[in-house]
Design a protein around this ligand. Structure first.
Ligand SMILES: Nc1ncnc2c1ncn2[C@@H]1O[C@H](COP(=O)(O)OP(=O)(O)O)[C@@H](O)[C@H]1O
Ligand SMILES: [Mg+2]
Length: 466
């Protein structure tokens, strides 16, 4: 799972926020219900204690302590109601104390006494030895006969059980709501982001060769649709400038071809004359060499621009890539021999691709040409052809100096030549690899280059198999 994805970020933050809100809500609910329950019990206890003071202590004059006990038993039946009633005299001695209740939730003799003198009705919570708590309402009463404290209490165990149940219900609700929210959010955000993902995939696909294509614009009128429109406008501008550059290259190379061809023809004709001095012939020969170089550059540029605009007709016939590599190696081994470079061709199986034989040969020639050019005397070049799944791979590895890391990303750019190469006076114009790349792309393939360990570089061409 990508923890940096919008989906994960949104859901995790939302879930954290929801958890906080739910915990707050749960705590608030729990404490309010608890407060309410305690209040209700407290009020009924105070009421009872007041009743006792008014009806029993207040009416019976002089206070008949025997009859009070009887009266309480008959009027209030504290044991049956699981209630606690205690009347203490001013000196602290107990006048009456109810017996153990039916539910045995507390033992009346163990209920703590008030620690301070009570002068006005009040409610307090006392811990019981069995870890329960008791709510006790105490109402003082005084007459000429003496002062009394009437206490009415009830164990909170029953309400605690209810509150526990409430707590569990809240926790279960929290879990269910969190689960549903995370799942629902996951699904909803996934659906909301699907158009973004489609746009991303489509944009990835719109490479230099597919600039004519446009991104899908969802019919929703939302921000994503606007994003697609804006991106499409940007791609259109890119496409325009790319077309302009291409057209310029195509026009310029086309216009240059004719005069250069004429120049070359004229120069050849002049050199063929017998009445030229040695000196002039040498100068003309050098001139012809330069013109031929220019012609080569212009031809390459012309070929490149035609490939890029898609004007070049690419044949689609089955080509045995291994066989093509072998014959090309045979033709170029003389060049390698001149530099005492060993040139090996390696293949294990018949690998066929569908494409333009002449152009695929051009790819191999350009790669071998580079390898021979840049590998010093006595080096070695290995060309291999293999297939893996649906792709045919052609690899040219040499033992030359390799390519500087800084230059690696640029070698497929037009007219790019690594610095060292320019100064070393190696023939070339920096168009060879650009042509290789354009031909590969026109065949639906790709080319990459990397340095080999410990020396040399390796160019890999991948083409779809026939
Ligand atoms: N086999 C190689 N070894 C070292 N450098 C290479 C090799 N192939 C290509 N390069 C580098 O990549 C650059 C571009 O190659 P390319 O487009 O064929 O141009 P050119 O061969 O005309 O210089 C070269 O100038 C060179 O710096
Ligand atoms: Mg080259």
């Amino acid at each position: 799972m990508n923890t940096r994805s919008i989906r994960f970020q949104l859901i995790s933050r939302f879930a954290a926020l929801l958890l906080l809100v739910m915990l707050g809500f749960g705590a608030y609910t729990y404490w309010s219900v608890r407060g309410y329950v305690v209040d209700v019990i407290g009020i009924s206890l105070i009421h009872r204690a007041q009743q006792i003071t008014q009806t029993l202590l207040g009416n019976i004059l002089p206070v008949d302590e025997q009859s009070i006990s009887r009266e309480i038993e008959t009027s209030y039946a504290p044991e049956l109601n699981d209630r606690f009633i205690r009347i203490t005299r001013g000196d602290g001695s107990v006048l009456y104390c109810s017996r153990e209740p039916n539910d045995r939730s507390f033992s009346p003799t163990k209920v703590p006494y008030a620690r301070v003198k009570i002068t006005a009705p009040q409610i307090r919570e006392e811990p019981l030895p069995n870890e329960e708590r008791m709510l006790i309402a105490a109402v003082p009463y005084s007459s000429q006969q003496g002062s009394y404290l009437v206490e009415a209490g009830a164990s909170l165990s029953g309400s605690h059980r209810v509150l526990h149940a409430l707590l569990w219900t809240l926790a279960a609700g929290l879990l269910v709501i969190m689960g549903l929210t995370i799942f629902g959010g996951w699904v909803l955000i996934k659906r909301a982001l699907t158009p973004v993902r489609n746009i991303m995939l489509a944009a990835q696909d719109i490479t230099l060769r597919h600039l004519r294509r446009r991104l899908p614009v969802p019919n929703t009128g939302d921000e994503i649709a606007s994003l697609s429109v804006v991106l499409n406008q940007m791609i259109a501008r890119l496409d325009d400038s790319f077309q302009n550059t291409n057209r310029f290259t195509a026009d310029a190379s086309h216009e240059l071809r004719t005069p250069l061809t004429i120049m070359r023809g004229e120069l050849e004709a002049i050199i063929a004359r017998r009445d030229l001095s040695q000196e002039i012939r040498a100068a003309l020969a050098s001139l012809l060499e330069e013109v031929e170089r220019l012609v080569r550059i212009v031809e390459r540029l012309f070929a490149l621009s035609r490939l890029d605009t898609g004007e070049a007709q690419i044949e689609r016939i089955p080509v045995d890539l291994g066989r093509l590599a072998e014959t090309t190696v045979e033709q170029m081994c003389l060049l390698a021999e001149e530099k005492h470079i060993s040139l090996k061709c390696e293949m294990n199986e018949r690998v066929e691709v569908e494409g333009d034989r002449a152009r695929l040969k051009q790819v191999i020639v350009n790669l071998l040409d580079n390898a021979i050019k840049y590998t010093p005397d006595g080096g070695a070049i290995a060309l291999s052809v293999r297939a893996q799944n649906g792709t045919a791979f052609l690899e040219v590895a040499d033992t030359g100096p390799g390519i500087l890391d800084a230059a690696l990303p640029h070698v497929f750019e037009r007219f790019y030549r690594a610095d060292g190469v320019r100064s070393r006076d190696v023939d070339g114009a920096g168009l060879g690899l650009s042509i290789v790349q354009s031909i590969c792309a026109a065949h639906g393939g790709s080319v990459s280059v990397k340095n080999n360990h410990p020396s040399g570089c390796c160019v890999t061409v991948g083409l779809p198999r026939a």
